[in-house]
Design a binder for this molecule. Structure first.
Ligand code: ZN
Length: 508
C-alpha cells in the first residue's frame, strides 16, 4: 500500500505540561496535578511530574486537561444522514428503506468518487477536532449502489495518512438489503454473489493496507448489519478475521426490526445465531448491543449478553444515535457489572465523544433509576481504555511510557465550562467536543490551537452542504411511491420560501 506519509514528527523529546494530566499507572487512569508528558519518535517516554531529562521542544498548556486521545469504534465518516430521518417517520416511507422499484431500476451511487473522497477527509478532520485519535469509520449504505468500494477506501487511507489520523479501515459489504414492497411490507433482497465478491475485495484490501503509513493505518472487516448477511458471508468473514488477526465490526442488536428478522430467518436471536456459526470472538466489535434478551426492549428469555461476554466480544455503545432512535442499552452499569467489554462510538453528527458520554450518563441514570448507577470515569474509561482493549492495543488509550503518543488537550478556560473541582467531572457536566485545543497522534501535532494544517473549515462546510443538497434532490428516486422532496422531508414550521416572492407581513 502506498499511502502518503503524514507530516514529520518533531525531532527529539517533546515535553507537554498542563494543570491536569490523565496518566496511566498500575492498569488505571489517575489525575496528575501540574502534570508532564514527554514523548519522542511517536512513543511516550515519561508521564508524571519533575521530568529532568533533555527536551527539544516544550508546550505549556496551563489550565487544561491533557489526556489520552479517544478511540472511536464507530466513527462518523460521511455526511450524516440521520438528519434526514430525525423528524421524518416512518423510515420505509421516507427513503430510509429501498423500494422494490428502486432495486428493479438498478440502484446507483448517489455520490461521485471525488465527493466520497472529500467526505472522508472532511469527516476525519472533524473527528480530530473532537479529540478522536483512533477512528474506525462508519457510513450509511442508504445512498450506495450496494456496499462500499475498495477505491473509496484507498482514498480514505490517503486522507487519514495525509491528516495523520490513526484508523482501522475496511469497506462495508453485505449480501442483502432491506426492501419495502409497493404495499409497504419490509423484507430482504439478497444478492449473495455480489456480497461474497465484495468480501474477497475487502480481504485483498486488508492485506494491502495493514500497517501502512508507518502503522497509522490498520485493517478491519466490516460486514454490514447482521440482518442482511447470509451465513456463508459470516463464515468466510470469521475465517478471514482469524487468518489475518484483524477486528470485525458487525452491527447487531441494533433495532427491534433487526432482532425480529433474524429470529424469523434463523429461529435464533442475533447473538445466538452468530455464536452458532462460530462467528463471535475477541476480535468482534458489535454496535450497538441494545436490543437483547432480558432487556426492556426485548421480551424474550435468553442469554444474549452472556453469549457476547463469553466470546470476549466488545459492545460498541453509541448513546447519542441510539437515544435519537428512542433506544439505549439497559444499562451501562449493569453491562459493566456483568463483565461485558464496552467501547464507544460517535456514529452520528456531531461526532462528539463528550456529548455521547454525557447522553450516555444521563440515559444510564434514567434506566438505572438512580444517580449512583454510573460515574464520569466509567464513560471516560470506555472512550479510552475500552476502545483500545477492543482493538487489543495496550499501547493506545492510556498515557504511560511505551504507549503511542496519542493525546488530546481539553481547554479548561472556556467560559461555558463553569467551575472545576475535578476536570473529568467538568468535562462530563459542561464540556463540548470542540473544547479540544490540540491533538497529537503518533507524536505528530495534528491540531494546534484549534487549527488543522491544510483544512479550511468554512470552505469544507460549504462544499459538504452542496453535496448534501445534491443527495436530497435525488431522494424521490429511492423513496416509496417517489413523492417530491417536500413530502419526504417535513419542516419544523410552515416555510415562507424566498422563491414565493415578497413576504409582506406588515400591519395591513
Ligand atoms: Zn451504528
Amino acid at each position: 500500500m502506498t499511502a502518503p506519509m503524514a507530516r514529520p514528527r518533531p525531532k527529539g523529546p517533546v515535553l507537554i505540561t498542563a494543570r491536569w494530566v490523565v496518566g496511566h499507572r498500575n492498569g488505571r487512569h489517575c489525575l496528575i496535578e501540574n502534570g508532564e508528558v514527554v514523548f519522542e519518535d511517536g512513543a511516550i517516554t515519561f508521564v508524571g511530574r519533575g521530568y529532568a531529562g533533555p527536551v527539544a521542544e516544550r508546550r505549556d498548556h496551563d489550565n487544561a486537561l491533557v489526556g489520552p486521545g479517544f478511540v472511536d469504534l464507530d466513527a462518523l465518516s460521511d455526511l450524516d444522514t440521520t438528519i434526514l430521518g430525525y423528524d421524518n417517520q416512518p423510515a420505509a416511507k421516507k427513503g430510509r428503506v429501498w423500494p422494490r422499484s428502486y432495486i428493479d431500476a438498478g440502484p446507483y451511487e448517489m455520490y461521485s468518487r471525488e465527493e466520497l473522497a472529500f467526505q472522508k477527509a472532511y469527516a476525519f478532520a472533524n473527528l480530530v477536532r473532537n479529540g478522536v485519535t483512533t477512528a474506525l469509520p462508519i457510513a450509511s449504505l442508504f445512498y450506495r449502489a450496494w456496499g462500499e468500494t475498495v477505491e473509496e477506501f484507498t482514498d480514505a487511507a490517503h486522507a487519514a495518512a495525509g491528516l495523520g489520523l490513526r484508523v482501522y479501515l475496511g469497506p462495508a459489504y453485505r449480501t442483502g438489503n432491506q426492501v419495502v414492497s409497493d404495499s409497504g411490507v419490509i423484507g430482504t433482497h439478497y444478492d449473495e454473489a455480489r456480497g461474497l465478491a465484495e468480501l474477497e475485495a475487502a480481504i485483498a484490501f486488508a492485506e494491502r493496507v495493514e500497517g501502512a503509513a508507518g502503522g497509522l493505518i490498520r485493517a478491519m472487516l466490516a460486514p454490514d448489519r447482521i440482518e442482511t448477511c447470509t451465513p456463508e458471508l459470516l463464515r468466510r468473514t470469521a475465517a478471514a478475521s482469524r487468518d489475518l488477526d484483524i477486528p470485525v465490526r458487525q452491527h447487531a442488536c441494533q433495532s427491534r426490526i433487526e432482532y425480529d428478522l433474524v429470529l424469523k430467518q434463523h429461529g435464533m436471536s442475533p447473538p445466538e445465531w452468530m455464536a452458532s456459526l462460530g462467528y463471535l470472538s475477541e476480535r468482534s466489535l458489535l454496535p450497538h448491543g441494545t436490543y437483547v434478551s432480558g432487556s426492556r426492549h426485548i421480551d424474550r428469555p435468553g442469554r444474549d449478553l452472556e453469549i457476547i461476554r463469553d466470546a470476549g466480544a466488545t459492545i460498541v455503545h453509541c448513546p447519542l444515535v441510539s437515544g435519537r432512535h428512542g433506544g439505549t442499552i439497559d444499562h451501562f452499569g449493569r453491562y459493566r457489572e456483568m463483565g461485558l467489554k464496552i467501547g464507544l462510538g460517535t456514529d452520528t453528527a456531531p461526532p462528539d465523544m463528550i456529548l455521547n458520554m454525557q447522553v450516555g450518563m444521563i440515559l444510564t441514570r434514567v434506566m438505572g433509576g438512580s444517580a449512583a448507577t454510573i460515574r464520569s470515569e466509567d464513560y471516560y474509561n470506555a472512550a479510552t481504555i475500552g476502545g483500545a482493549d477492543a482493538l487489543r492495543r495496550p499501547d493506545l488509550g492510556r498515557l504511560q511510557p511505551g504507549a503511542r503518543a496519542d493525546i488530546n488537550v481539553f481547554d479548561l478556560t472556556r467560559p461555558h465550562l463553569g467551575q472545576v473541582i475535578d476536570p473529568i467531572q467538568t468535562m462530563m457536566l459542561a464540556g463540548h467536543g470542540r473544547d479540544f485545543s490540540d491533538v497529537i497522534i503518533d507524536g505528530r501535532f495534528v491540531m494546534e490551537n484549534r487549527m488543522i494544517a491544510g483544512r479550511d473549515e468554512t470552505a469544507d462546510n460549504q462544499r459538504a452542504q452542496g453535496q448534501f443538497e445534491g443527495l436530497m434532490a435525488r431522494y424521490p428516486e429511492r423513496t416509496l411511491h417517489h413523492p417530491p422532496t417536500s413530502e419526504i422531508f417535513s419542516s419544523s414550521f410552515p416555510v415562507d420560501r424566498a422563491t414565493d416572492g415578497p413576504a409582506l407581513w406588515g400591519s395591513a
